[in-house]
Write a protein that binds this ligand. Structure first.
Ligand SMILES: Nc1ncnc2c1ncn2[C@@H]1O[C@H](COP(=O)(O)OP(=O)(O)OP(=O)(O)O)[C@@H](O)[C@H]1O
Length: 331
């Protein structure tokens, strides 16, 4: 029997949905736009993201997931329901199973509510899985063998660092630093050193265009616009990659320290496997230029970037559902 099972990566920055037989059918920012008076949801995903920092007072834009936790549960539920509804699940011939990966620190009560929301949207069964495990599977690691695999998943709000063996997490640490922290660092730096106020999307653009984890790498520049803190008028400035590397240095080094902590707690036999296989980097934050090189230099183990860092979790959900084995830890 062909079930159109669904895998969902409910992330701080982006939500991705994989439908069996169709691949990734949705990839949109985890943003909701509401009417602040009535709390009515006006838009979700791409449409709501375009309103970030640009909406009039009658519209409020919210990121319901923040720093690896669900900051606004009602809005997370509303967003998830709208995304699932778009798939037309209720029209599926057979009710699908849905596997949802959500931030690691989601409470049991929140998990239950997420499950209920997905069930109401037409699921037959809902599973909740741990993100680093699914990311590792999506990155092509065989975590079910008795050997050590290490993954560093740099998401928007958190970085999950884990050593996996025989299908389970042996040691792990979740650091409250991710790609969005780099954006906040850049925003603060420009405010302090250029007396210029910029929005979140501009900070993200700077990071993607010229951001680097390696202060000594080739110097690149970008022209940006914002609001002058003194005159209140629009102004343009040129920023360079060396300064941006300095601005995000502390956050980057916190991730490095997290990786060192996990390696120190890893049983020696598994450490030997990790030296042989290297560490795999997943998550959008792993696309920061030079972060693989810096990590490798600091922890003295080869570090490789996954083929599709942003898609590993959602790809992993598809693989896990295909295995059709009771490997789910929760739900
Ligand atoms: N080319 C790029 N260079 C640097 N950072 C990038 C790039 N592309 C995406 N990112 C960053 O990746 C982050 C989002 O990554 P991802 O989608 O893996 O996170 P998430 O799964 O939503 O978050 P979490 O795992 O914390 O729930 C954002 O901060 C985004 O700015």
């Amino acid at each position: 029997m062909f079930y159109r099972d669904i895998g969902i990566d409910l992330g701080t920055s982006n939500t991705l949905i994989h439908v069996k037989g169709s691949g990734v059918v949705l990839n949109e920012p985890s943003v909701v736009a509401i009417d602040p008076k009535t709390k009515q949801v006006l838009a979700v995903g791409d449409e709501a993201y375009r309103m970030l920092g640009r909406a009039p007072g009658t519209i409020q834009t919210i990121r319901p997931l923040k720093d690896g936790v669900i900051a606004d549960f009602d809005m997370t539920e509303a967003m998830l329901t709208k995304f699932i509804d778009r798939l037309g699940v209720k029209g599926f011939l057979r009710k699908p199973r849905i596997l949802i990966c959500c931030p690691v620190e989601v409470t049991t009560v929140e998990q239950k509510a997420i499950q209920d929301a997905a069930l109401k949207s037409g699921a037959r069964r809902v599973y909740i899985e741990e993100e680093p495990k699914v990311a590792a599977i999506g990155a092509g690691m065989d975590i079910f063998q008795p050997s050590g695999n290490m993954i560093i998943d740099i998401g928007g709000g958190t970085t999950d660092i884990a050593v996996l063996s025989m299908g389970g997490i042996v040691t792990s640490q979740s650091v409250k630093i991710g790609g969005n922290t780099f954006d906040a660092d850049i925003l603060q730096y420009i405010k302090k050193h250029e007396q210029l106020l910029i929005g979140e999307p501009t900070a993200e653009l700077i990071k993607k265009e010229i951001g680097t984890a390696l202060p000594g790498s080739e110097k690149k520049t970008i022209d940006i616009r914002g609001r002058d803190l003194v005159s209140g008028l629009p102004r343009a400035v040129t920023v360079d990659s060396h300064k941006i590397a300095g601005a995000i240095r502390e956050s980057v080094m916190t991730i490095v320290q997290g990786a060192k902590n996990v390696l120190e707690k890893t049983p020696p036999e598994l450490s030997a496997d990790i030296i042989d296989r290297g560490i795999i980097l997943t998550g959008g934050g792993a696309l920061l230029q030079g972060i693989d090189g810096l990590l490798s230099e600091q922890v003295k183990v080869p570090v490789y970037l996954a083929d599709d860092p942003l898609g590993c979790v959602v790809t992993g959900t598809g693989i896990m559902l295909d295995r059709q084995r009771p490997v789910f830890v929760k739900g």
